[in-house]
Design a protein around this ligand. Structure first.
Ligand code: SF4
Ligand code: SF4
Length: 127
């Protein structure tokens, strides 16, 4: 990882949606495909056929994108249609993985871990 959060702190997502708009892969493993298909109320086969494609390295599946490169499941204003079951790649960013320069496009803010749950609650009340 390029920049892990400082000890005792975590970044709190501000739901700007920017990471959902970056062109690139959103990997889904077999457990995630099962969970997302169940959430959408469709078969795993239909989910894979209609909403995923092979990753460029041909090692797995990625969620499909819209023409502008954003994730197919992002709707305005910055709502993830599968938020409850979104892939680990999505829920882990930027705390468990990120890349050089990620801070320029991500609006997450650093919060003390002890205050994190309260900060999540406050954010959710506002959005
Ligand atoms: S699945 Fe949801 S959180 Fe992940 S990139 Fe798509 S819209 Fe964003
Ligand atoms: S770019 Fe950062 S603040 Fe914006 S939605 Fe993604 S993780 Fe959250």
């Amino acid at each position: 990882m390029d920049t892990p959060p400082p000890l005792g702190k975590k970044w709190l997502c501000q739901r700007c949606g920017n990471c959902c708009r970056w062109p690139g892969v959103v990997r889904v493993n077999s457990q995630e495909t099962d969970e997302i298909a169940a959430f959408l109320g469709i078969s795993v086969e239909k989910f894979i056929e209609d909403f995923t494609e092979i990753t460029p390295d041909r090692r797995g599946l990625t969620l499909i994108s819209k023409n502008d490169g954003s994730c197919f499941f992002l709707t305005e204003p910055n709502i993830c249609q599968i938020n409850e079951v979104k892939p680990t790649q999505c829920s882990g960013f930027p705390n468990t993985w990120n890349f050089p320069g990620w801070e320029k496009s991500c609006e997450a803010i650093l919060i003390d871990e002890k205050d994190f749950d309260q900060a999540v609650q406050k954010r959710d009340e506002k959005t």
